[in-house]
Design a protein around this ligand. Structure first.
Ligand code: G3H
Ligand code: 13P
Ligand code: ZN
Length: 317
């Protein structure tokens, strides 16, 4: 089976009230761990590569590694998605090199410019059967001590959504309802919440539109503790509680992006392995435990956050 785009995958997730996990990939062990987890959980999968990931691994290596995963797991519907494409040229390059889905992230641009670049990417991508994710709103996260007016400016404005989707032709939309990128999402004592009212309002205005949540790592305390136990220096930090993400995936959220939780799980295992076996200098040793850690965390997310386990059905491919 070859790579699929995200069209049917996200439509099915919308209909059946679950989300497809979109996990960031950078190297072989990460791709292997994620794909083995999805295969064991009978779950569809989005492997996503950022501009930085393509630069790190090299576009050809990354694509060939994903092709190997697809060949070895014909049972799993897998999409290869560009995460945070910053320009039409990057999206075009990915489409030409075999990506089946791209994100054009014009969220930092003025509204009309975001529409222009997103519509241009969608028009081009759809000629090749590639699906497109746009973004509306800013993922800076909620901060203390800001006014309601300031707060409004970074959450997605539901009144703009119909106009944006109609003018751009996107297949899915990333929105800002309180998630943010990286490991430091909330300060100690800060209330950890998501704006489910905005999510519901968007769904009412444009039913059937698959919504994407970026910045959805939970920053599990056990990984932060393990990293620090084995010589790391991470500050106290809080991510998005998994119960909130689980609730979102049963609503109109159909794609949930996770990167930081994988980085933390992998780093914790590598640190532990190097500390506990100081005489080892064979990378296969610590990288195989890191690959196993990726697999375990992805299985956990598929079961407890996405609810996409056992969702591969005949006709889904
Ligand atoms: O949202 C961004 C992803 O976590 C990718 O991060 O640009 O460091 O690869 P990166
Ligand atoms: P996290 O940093 O919360 O894992 O978010 C990843 C992401 O949104 C990738 O696009
Ligand atoms: Zn993101």
């Amino acid at each position: 089976m070859s790579l699929v785009n995200t069209k049917k995958m996200l439509e099915k997730a919308y209909r059946e009230n679950y989300a497809v996990g979109a996990f960031n990939v950078n190297n072989m062990e990460i791709i292997q761990g994620i794909t083995e987890a999805a295969s064991e959980m009978n779950s569809p999968l989005i492997l996503q590569a950022s501009v930085g990931a393509r630069k790190y691994a090299g576009p050809v290596y990354l694509r060939k590694l994903v092709e190997a995963a697809v060949e070895l797991h014909p049972d799993v519907p897998i999409a290869l998605h560009l995460d945070h494409g910053e320009s039409f040229e990057t999206c075009k390059d990915c489409i030409e090199s075999g990506f089946t889905s791209v994100m054009i992230d014009g969220s930092s641009l003025p509204y009309e410019k975001n529409i222009d670049v997103t519509a241009k990417v969608a028009e081009y991508a759809h000629r090749y059967g590639v699906t497109v994710e746009g973004e509306l709103g800013s993922l800076s996260g909620s901060e203390d001590n800001i006014s309601v007016e300031e707060e409004k400016s970074f959450y997605t404005n539901p009144d703009q959504v119909i106009d944006f989707v109609q003018k751009t032709g996107v297949d899915s939309l990333a929105i800002a309802i309180g998630t943010s990128h990286g490991a430091y999402k909330f300060k100690p004592g800060q209330k950890r919440e998501l704006r489910f009212d905005i999510l519901s309002e968007i769904n009412q205005k444009i039913p059937g539109l698959p919504i994407v949540l970026h910045g959805a790592s939970s920053v599990m305390p056990k990984f932060v503790a393990e990293i620090n136990k084995f010589g790391g220096e991470l500050k106290e930090t809080f991510g998005i509680p998994e119960e909130l993400l689980s609730k979102a995936s049963k609503m109109s959220v159909c794609k949930i992006n996770i990167d930081s939780d994988l980085r933390l799980a992998m780093t914790a295992k590598i640190r532990q392995s190097l500390c506990e076996k100081p005489s080892n200098f064979d990378p296969r040793n610590y990288l195989s435990s890191a690959r196993e850690a990726i697999k375990e965390i992805v299985k956990h997310k598929i079961k407890n956050v996405m609810h996409s386990n056992n969702k591969i059905a005949v006709g889904n491919k």
